[in-house]
Ligand binder design. Sequence first.
Ligand SMILES: [Cu+2]
Length: 423
Amino acid sequence: MSSRRDFLRGAAALGAGMVARAAAAIPEAPVRASAGTEPPPPPAAGRPYRPVVTLNGWSLPWRMNDGWKEFHLVAEPVVREFAPGMTAHLWGYNGQSPGPTIEAVEGDRVRIFVTNRLPEHTSVHWHGMLLPSGMDGVGGLTQPHVPPGKTFVYEFELRRPGSFMYHPHSDEMVQMAMGMMGFFVVHPRDARRLRADRDFVFLAAAYDIDPGTRTPRVSEMTDFNMWTWNSRVFPGIDPLVARSGDRVRIRIGNLTMTNHPIHLHGHAFEVTGTDGGWVPRGARWPEVTVDVPVGAMRAIEFDAVAGDWALHCHKSHHAMNAMGHGVPNMIGVPHDDIAGRIGKMIPGYMSMGASGMAGMSEMQMPLPDNTLPMMSGQGPFGALEMGGMFSVLKVRDDVAPGDYSDPGWFRHPPGTVAREWKG
Ligand SMILES: [Cu+2]
């Protein structure tokens, strides 16, 4: 969890007197570059709601102006740390990729200013939103593209609660591959409906960044090497913290080029929502893995059970960081003797894999600049051997409401941990 000082500075600048004087001008565009999860700020004005928690991200402040909820997004180049040891040069909004989460309430009229500080034109499409055609953000089709240096304004009424996304519909292949995307949550007008004690959101994005470089290769179609949640990879993804018995909702959006079967350990959850809306209670179905298709969102809900529970994409290559492809499978092939001989010809040659690759996570191999080990992370019982789309749901009995700070590792009740059998 990072400090809220930046947010408070932004809030102070939007004090009541300022708003009155600046009513006709564009609202300030807050910027946040820290990689920590911001604790959700309470709704400052307008209708009340239970805010969501954006993993390793934050929600965009707004101001009320004559009945309109006004937001300001700035499309711009950003620097995003994927995990300590690797930063990427991306495009995003307000200092970060993904951009800040927009939160508002069913029935709100929103006015969203979009300033383009990119070197090329852009637009913003409000994915899943029911709105006038001319507000849909498809450059060339429903509006002119937004040229560099210009600000456009979108105005629409939020007609239904749900989980939506925003992303460019201009030079889309490049701009989405560069990290331009964000979440848009519309809370129900009746705050008692669709209630969850904890409500997490994240977007899946994939990047192809060669080791030693920092900018994604935007023409890649299939062979991505960084599988991210909110442009972070394990061990850089914050845990999802909850209290035992909490009703927990996780909203997962997918703006990569492939599907992600997201698997949660220790719980059977219900799929309660898509970007098309909320699933009626009697039509919800139980799962332990939910497949999130390309360009879609799924919301899942469950009652939290104490423990440390893995949450990850079940495509095992997606729970890894950059790896070399085309590595021959040497399992069962003793080759230590050959390795010695090859080593004489090729200095630095390393032989591995005769009994699997688990040794890799403990081995401190020299890495090129600005990349991450294929599998990493330390747990209470040793190496976790994970990367990419992996995090931990940490459920404890003694978490205070609104506390999202990392509680450390789970203390298992005596006799409840798998152990060596000694007869
Ligand atoms: Cu995946």
